[in-house]
Design a protein around this ligand. Sequence first.
Ligand SMILES: Cc1cc2nc3c(=O)[nH]c(=O)nc-3n(C[C@H](O)[C@H](O)[C@H](O)COP(=O)(O)OP(=O)(O)OC[C@H]3O[C@@H](n4cnc5c(N)ncnc54)[C@H](O)[C@@H]3O)c2cc1C
Length: 401
Amino acid sequence: MDFQIPEHVKKIARRVREFVDSEVVPVELELLKSGEELTVERLQELRAKAKAAGLWAPTMPKELGGMGLSLQEIVPIFEEAGRSMIGPLAIHASAPDEGNMHLLHMFANEEQRERYLAPLVRGEIFSAFSMTEPPPGAGSDPKMLRTTAVRDGDEWVINGHKWFSSNGEVASFLIIMALTNPDVHPYQGATMFLAPIDAPGIEIVRDVPTMGGKDFGGHVEIRYNNLRLPDSAILGEEGQGFMLAQARLGPARLTHCMRWTGIAQRALEIATAYASRRKAFGSRLSEHQSIQWMLADSEMELHAGRLMMHHAAWLLAQGEQARDETSMCKFFIAETVNRVLDRAVQICGGMGISRDLPISVWYEKARAFRIYDGASEVHRSRVAKSVVKKYAAIDVPVETE
Ligand SMILES: Cc1cc2nc3c(=O)[nH]c(=O)nc-3n(C[C@H](O)[C@H](O)[C@H](O)COP(=O)(O)OP(=O)(O)OC[C@H]3O[C@@H](n4cnc5c(N)ncnc54)[C@H](O)[C@@H]3O)c2cc1C
């Protein structure tokens, strides 16, 4: 087992760290102070600098303008970018565009690559992934999909109601999951469609207000009212929707983990700095054992999470689906990040609660990470099923009656 991170990866990670420290964090802190939102114009300024520094679209192939890095290689790089919420946006490694680029790169045909993927990789446009529906539709259980696409001549007519389509406020196109064949199991009866945002029949109802304040691009609620799309709008093939979703979600779960590990690491550093300077009851906070344990627990949990990410990324690189491992990773890191941020707020006391430090914002924003890309309970139950399957039949002498 080789734990060595290749030199070229370390080098890029260092450059990303320097870029985030020198270009991104000042913007982040300025926005935090003013309470303003990141605008597209401001983001494009940062993106121009990232491109000039050769730090652009790490996961996309070089011929498309990216850095051509593998999932294993990006683990430390995405973590460095993730030290600021704006870092991944600046280097084009943020959700949902990063996952959508990956999906299109795997499954888009020539025409779709030209129309959607190429300008998306260049950073000229944004995208959104429209799968989740308000109750009683698809959420944790995606089989409950209610949005339908019905064939009418050589067109599809889409009707449905979605929400939490992230980036929907800025997206030029949507990737829509709809049921195309209600007579078979949804895993075979759903299809993904690509639709330009200004197509007649797409009604952006609102940006759903969320805790932690507005995220760039918003999380929009959408109604599809007789949206008509041609056959050529299908991504992959009819009936492949869930297969494509799985192909997108595996790596996308890991990249979320990488980015959030960056934020948690920075929160741990801020908390350590505070604890090392602030005095209470005659000594520095960092000399109180209860504070030391919080710092140590955060360090240990982040370390374990990184190893899980490296392992899951390695399995995916071997062509395995690694469903259990990505579930374990997503669950563990989502919970860890929330614990680390909670401890950081606690250690920093009133300053941790204030907006003078960024950790109070991260604390609020990180809460959603335990819900999106599979709620913690869903990942736990998937792992539990595997545990029972693997170990229940083992011949252990236990009395049950
Ligand atoms: C910030 C944010 C961004 C998002 N971005 C997108 C996006 O870009 N595109 C998109 O399509 N969706 C997006 N989502 C939606 C997200 O994927 C869903 O919120 C998630 O899948 C959960 O679905 P739900 O909200 O309907 O919760 P529900 O399905 O109603 O579940 C509610 C709760 O029930 C519990 N639960 C569910 N299943 C089980 C189980 N089997 N066992 C035990 N407990 C269970 C969990 O605690 C869960 O949190 C986003 C959500 C958020 C918060």
